[in-house]
Write a protein of this length. Structure first.
Lengths: 344, 344
DNA sequence: TTGGATTACGAAAACGATTAAGTAAGCCAA
DNA sequence: TTGGCTTACTTAATCGTTTTCGTAATCCAA
């Protein structure tokens, strides 16, 4: 391990001078700066991040907190896509990414304790159970923080545009001729509330009547749950002609039940998902869905978090909504006469 | 920030005593240990990892290096699944995970330099281009290291059992009656060489003749490439009755072409993938594939890496092969007479 | 020539921990 | 009573940086 002192000795200067040269400080002559930098390169000097952050209180490490109900972890397609983009952006600003967990060494700790122990400069929170006391503790702390798809009053938040998403989906289905639209929504979170409100508002505006039985809950990413909810909808006296699922992934369950009951998509029933994950585009027929712009979501989250860290005075906590895009796949089409005759 | 000195003052002992109490050192009385621990808890003391690792040269951080050709990053389903399991295991041993990149702050650096700068205790390498000079530099260093699905002579390696995988797939297809089996394999890596060798060996043992035209290359995870290769196979004078794709994901491309040409799976042609990702099970018809045990792969990789770190003297670099399992989906069936009549 | 700026550097303290070495107190045996 | 062990601490150095402050040298204006 070659330290700053080795470089100093090699140049006949003090360690302080080396530090200044490396960090681009002004009170040093151009000649010595070059001499020092050359020596550092020759000796293979690398700054020790532990020593540096012990002094400066800055680690250039960003914590990532992600815990979903289904324990998908990194295999969650929507999240891993957001995270990948977050990571790329963070790295371009000189930050590294580390995962937050509930350990300090072999002892268990809260998320906040873990963050303090590791001295992360900031934290991004996504997809967690936002009612978890440990998550709340973290959001009440003074660590710079960005939440994804959730708003904590005065905290920075980056959100997918769920209101527009549901409006566009419903409007599109309505345009195809559907008047009996069911909505299987995820468990009650901020995201779900927005989607649900937008669903109702859009239906009302379009004059679509939504029977209570057309609304069902099934956890996000829960294939079995979505299958069950779909089965319930299809066995109603007047089943819907179109179903909107909680997300593309759980749609697998819903579509499975439809096929199993001998119905075909979209001639017998139309379906739509949410998220626009890759999977949705390769299903047969491809999913009509609302694409969430995960790339932008992750990038903006990183940018904003770094703003909070580097310009705390002038950065105000915003709630940034990232637009998505309607993807019209063949899973939705005009309802046939048999399907619609019992209604309207 | 409450430090060890604050706790010391609060207990009227020295900082050294606090450190010993916290770290379970023997030369301290049970009474003071308890007093110190209580005070630490009361004051909300948390050890500062930067200070600690500056002294001890141990960070309890594990670096993860993953860069695939397609820049999938975390969205790579196979890898993210391995990593998730790696992460869970590492955390249970008190280690955190951090990603390795080519930056030190805003300056660019090699992977090795990044590791040294951050003082990671060990590194896991997966899916990278193992001919990349920077990856080689890393493997020639003295950092504890585990590679996944690749062998660097004297380094620890954890590998999926590609030999058994291909043997089982070929044997299964042969058992269904196939004698014209094509293999679209990925770019030439250690993994590919193993699969290819096993493919040839098994075919030979079963008396299957493999025309050169039945072997094609298409990069892993490359849907378009796999589509093209499949198209080439299907336009041969005597097309194969079964095709093995590089992986489940790129199989999407191959299956697309088959459908596009008006053929149906498996009545006209059988297909098999590799990996056993979730996607494979939800395709219609579900993929016959070889499931890689990503969970075990990740877990063992973490265990072995930690062994290397904690018991360097007694841990020998092994090449551990993790068995997978044949998944028989409806994408493969007995070839019909039309398909086979031109041959055998 | 004097003295106030400016420039370029060094000395030393500090960050928060760990740990080798030193020591005071207590105990016990001879 | 003496001296050798233990036990339970403390002292002080150290890890590799950063940063404040001090200072010698140079310059320039009066």
């Amino acid at each position: 391990m070659v330290s700053i002192h080795d470089v100093a000795k090699h140049c006949n200067v003090s360690a302080a001078t080396v530090s200044k040269a490396i960090n681009g400080r002004p009170d040093i002559s151009e000649a010595t700066r070059e001499r020092v930098l050359q020596a550092a390169a020759d000796l293979g000097y690398l700054p020790n991040s532990a020593a540096r952050s012990l002094k400066t209180k800055r680690t250039y490490n960003l914590g990532v907190l992600f815990v979903d109900k289904k324990k998908s972890g990194l295999t969650h397609e929507y999240f891993s896509s957001v995270l990948e983009s977050f990571k790329v952006e963070a790295e371009s600003h000189g930050y590294d990414i580390t995962f937050i967990n509930q350990n300090i060494g072999l002892q268990s700790a809260t998320y906040l304790e873990h963050c303090k122990h590791r001295n992360v400069d900031g934290v991004v929170i996504a997809c967690v159970d936002f009612t978890d006391p440990q998550v709340l503790e973290l959001t009440y702390s003074d660590i710079p923080l960005v939440t994804i798809d959730h708003i904590f009053d005065d905290r920075m938040a980056v959100l997918a545009d769920n209101v527009t998403g549901l409006r566009e989906l419903v409007t599109y289905l309505h345009g195809l001729g559907h008047r009996q639209i069911a909505f299987i929504h995820g468990e009650m979170t901020a995201v779900t509330r927005n989607r649900l409100a937008s669903f109702h508002k859009t239906c009302e505006a379009l004059g679509i009547v939504v029977p209570d039985a057309y609304l069902r809950t099934s956890e996000y990413h829960d294939i079995a749950g979505c299958a069950e909810a779909t089965r319930a909808l299809l066995t109603l006296p007047t089943p819907p002609t179109a179903i909107i699922f909680p997300d593309d992934f759980s749609a697998i369950g819903g579509r499975g039940v439809i096929t199993e009951l001998g119905l075909s998509i979209p001639s017998d029933i139309s379906v739509a998902g949410y998220d626009g994950i890759y999977l949705a585009s390769v299903m047969h027929p491809p999913m009509t869905t609302y694409l969430q712009d995960t790339k932008t979501l992750g990038k903006i989250a990183a940018e904003k978090l770094i703003d909070l860290i580097e310009q705390p005075k002038t950065t105000i906590a915003e709630h940034i909504v990232i637009p998505g895009a309607l993807i019209t796949g063949a899973s939705a089409a005009s309802p046939n006469s048999i399907q619609t005759n019992g209604f309207e």
